[in-house]
Write a protein that binds this ligand. Sequence first.
Ligand code: NAD
Length: 332
Amino acid sequence: MKVVFFSTQPYDKSFFDRHNERFGFTLEYYETALNEKTVNLLGHTDAVCVFVNDQVNRNVLEQLSKKNINIVALRCAGFNNVDLHAAKALNITLVRVPAYSPYAVAEHTVAMIMTLNRKIHKAYNRVREQNFSLNGLLGFDLNGKTVGIIGTGTIGQVFSQIMTGFGCRVLAYDIHPDPKLSARGVQYASLQELFAQADIISLHCPLNDSTRYLINKETIALMKNGVMLINTSRGALIDTRAVIHALKSGKIGSLGIDVYEQEEHIFFHDLSDQIVKDDTIMRLSSFPNALITSHQGFFTHEALTQIASTTLINLKQLNEGKRCGNEITSQG
Ligand code: NAD
């Protein structure tokens, strides 16, 4: 079986090559993202393997279908970049890695909270400049604070457990509340209650038509003054312009984002010798109380191991004509 990878980074190649020793597939790696232009690079292959910022829209799927490529393997959990209806109509099978170390993303979320609260990003630079002053570094105890979690699936659950361990009160909103979490002390509430009561709000729901711009001018107005907002899920869950406005006014006290709605041309690339043309990300970077990481929540040894192993097992099952439990259907 031949598989062509898009958006490949050196670490993808190293993990996939190592795991492929068990499978013996022919793996070809392209650094470029999959889109309407780069799809034309493809010659004969049985499948393509894509990541979060590859464009798997109707046009791309039609081109794949014309080339008799009927398998798209996502090496990630989210699939908001895929036109599910077009894939179904074209009989293209989509598979993904639904769960891989939820600890990776949940722990990164906590790292962002701790950094923003105790201003570690500022302290690190200060001490290196022999500035040992504490002025401006004041934080708050997490113990006793209310954390609002939107989306209590695999990652949200792990995150809720960690925050409970800190002594936080955990409020949650999910369209499918999980009774197991209620038994562990998580209180489900309406979105309005969560926005009104949470000192820290963390997003762990998928991006879809009902969650796009969930955080917007109106919902920000419902939040506590000085709230901390964390997004390690998908960029377009928040209206970045509304968030910038709220950072300027002080309504949002601090912001941590591992994802950004226009991230596809920026994240995962070294642009340090270029002029970045995206004024929004540059404005965000200028706030001392905003912390941006470049979609690295998933980036642990354990997660990359599971991603490579599950993706190759998915491909093996499809190659052998078997049903794959990780297939994405248009129902999700
Ligand atoms: P999951 O499917 O296990 O959980 C998602 C939860 O969101 C479910 O409980 C679902 O009921 C809930 N939900 C769906 N629609 C909702 C809505 N409108 N309002 C509130 N809740 C809603 O997914 P997961 O594995 O926990 O991942 C969550 C998200 O994290 C993914 O969608 C993905 O976008 C993101 N993610 C980010 C990284 C990263 O590196 N930063 C890595 C993996 C996943």
